[in-house]
Design a protein around this ligand. Structure first.
Ligand SMILES: NC(=O)c1ccc[n+]([C@@H]2O[C@H](COP(=O)([O-])OP(=O)(O)OC[C@H]3O[C@@H](n4cnc5c(N)ncnc54)[C@H](OP(=O)(O)O)[C@@H]3O)[C@@H](O)[C@H]2O)c1
Length: 339
C-alpha cells in the first residue's frame, strides 16, 4: 500500500519509524506491506515510489528543517494540494496541526485526496470538527475510506471502544475526560492546592500544555473530540457550532475545596446526552471518570447494559502513530487486502 504522509512533526516522525519497525510483523500478521512513497511538511516534500527511508527523512529534517532537503528525492517550496492530487499513493495521512479557526487548508487536502480516489487517515481534528458530515459524504461518494481513530484518545482506541459498546444498544449518554492538559491542571489544583495559573505553568513546564494553551483550557479541544465521537460513533451529524463550550479558567481553588468536602472532584467533562456540552462539572470522587494526571477516560452509558469506561493516555507521538497504523490496517482489510 502506497502512503503519502502530510505533516512530519511529532506524530509524522513517530509513524515513519513505527512503520519501519513493524514492517515484518505487519506483513506476517496481515499480509500488509506499507510503503511511504511521499512526505510533505510546511516547507517541502520528498518522494520515492520505491519507498522513502525513515532515517534519511529524519536526518534531512533534523539538519535542514524540511524533508525537501533529502538528497535527490526532495523538493522545496511545494503546493501540497497539487502534490496530493498528482500522487499515485493509495492513502493520504493528514497529520498537520489542528486549527478549528482556520481548517481551510486541511479541508482542501482531504477533498483533493477524496476526489482523486485516495483513502484518508486523519489525525487532524480541525476539518472533522467543522465539516464531518460533508467529508464523510464526499468519501462515500468517491468510494474511499475516511479513518480518524487517532483524533480521540491518541493511541487509546476510544472510538472503537464506543462503537463496539453501542452496537445493538441504545445510548443514554456519553461522558468523557478528553483533554489531558486540563485534566492535569485540575488534578494539580486538587492534589497540590495550586491555583489555576501555577498549575498551568507546571503543565507547560512538563510539556503537556502548548505555548498557547487556549484550545485546551477553553474547552475547544475537548469539544472537537466530542463532535468526532457524536458523528463517528453515533452517526449524529453535528459540528463544533452545536456544542455548548466552557473552559476551566474560572475554576477556583474554593470550588475545588468545596467539592472535595462533599466527596466530589471538578473535571472538564465532555457530555453527549440530548445536547452536546463541554464544561467543568463536579463528579463523585469514586467515579471512573476521576482519572489522574493527563489521562483520558470515556464512559458509555447504555439504556440496557449499564456503564462501561475506557481509560488511557490521550496523546503522544508513538501512541497516536499506533492509532494510524490500526487505521491503515483497517483500510487494507476494507479493500480486501488489495489497496
Ligand atoms: N502529538 C500528539 O500527541 C497528538 C495526538 C493526537 C492527535 N494529534 C494531532 O495530530 C496532528 C499532528 O500533531 P503533531 O503533534 O505531529 O504536530 P507537529 O509536531 O506540530 O507537526 C505538524 C507537522 O505538520 C507540518 N505542516 C504544517 N503545515 C503544513 C502544510 N500546510 N503542509 C504540509 N505540512 C504542514 C509541519 O511542518 P514543519 O515541520 O515544516 O513545521 C509539521 O511537520 C495535529 O492535528 C494534532 O492535533 C496529535
Amino acid at each position: 500500500m502506497k502512503i503519502l504522509l502530510v505533516g512530519f512533526g511529532v506524530v509524522g516522525k513517530a509513524l515513519a519509524l513505527l512503520l519501519e519497525g513493524q514492517r515484518a510483523a505487519l506483513y506476517a500478521r496481515h499480509g500488509f506491506s506499507p510503503a511511504l512513497v511521499g512526505v510533505i511538511d510546511s516547507r517541502g516534500a520528498a518522494f520515492d515510489d520505491a519507498g522513502l527511508d525513515p532515517e534519511a527523512l529524519l536526518a534531512a529534517k533534523e539538519r535542514h528543517g524540511t524533508v525537501g532537503a533529502l538528497p535527490s528525492r526532495g523538493l522545496e517550496g511545494v503546493q501540497d494540494v497539487e502534490l496530493i492530487a498528482q500522487s499515485d499513493a493509495q492513502v493520504v495521512i493528514e497529520a498537520t496541526p489542528t486549527s478549528v479557526a482556520c481548517p481551510t487548508a486541511a479541508l482542501s487536502r482531504l477533498k483533493a485526496a477524496f476526489r482523486t480516489g485516495k483513502h484518508v487517515v486523519c489525525v487532524n481534528k480541525g476539518p472533522l470538527a467543522v465539516a464531518f458530515p460533508a467529508l464523510l459524504e464526499l468519501a462515500r461518494h468517491n468510494r474511499v475510506e475516511l479513518r480518524f481513530s487517532g483524533t480521540v484518545g491518541g493511541g487509546t482506541p476510544m472510538l472503537a471502544f464506543a462503537t463496539e459498546c453501542t452496537r445493538g444498544s441504545k445510548v443514554r449518554a456519553l461522558r468523557a475526560v478528553l483533554n489531558g492538559t486540563t485534566n492535569f491542571i485540575l488534578w494539580r489544583m486538587e492534589r497540590e492546592g495550586e491555583g489555576f495559573e501555577a498549575a498551568l505553568a507546571e503543565a507547560t513546564r512538563l510539556g503537556y500544555a502548548e505555548r498557547d494553551p487556549s484550545a485546551d483550557v477553553d474547552g475547544v479541544d475537548a469539544a472537537t473530540k466530542l463532535v468526532i465521537l457524536a458523528n463517528g460513533v453515533l452517526g449524529r451529524p453535528c459540528s463544533l457550532a452545536d456544542v455548548s463550550i466552557a473552559g476551566i479558567r474560572e475554576v477556583s481553588r474554593e470550588w475545588i475545596d468545596r467539592a472535595r468536602g462533599q466527596g466530589r472532584v471538578v473535571k472538564l467533562i465532555a457530555e453527549l446526552e440530548r445536547g452536546l456540552s463541554v464544561g467543568p462539572r463536579e463528579i463523585p470522587a469514586d467515579s471512573p471518570l476521576n482519572v489522574p494526571a493527563s489521562l483520558n477516560a470515556l464512559c458509555v452509558e447504555l439504556e440496557s447494559g449499564g456503564e462501561m469506561t475506557l481509560v488511557g493516555r490521550g496523546a503522544g507521538g508513538p501512541e497516536t502513530a499506533t492509532a494510524i497504523v490500526r487505521d491503515l490496517i483497517d483500510v487494507w482489510h476494507a479493500q480486501g487486502g488489495r489497496a
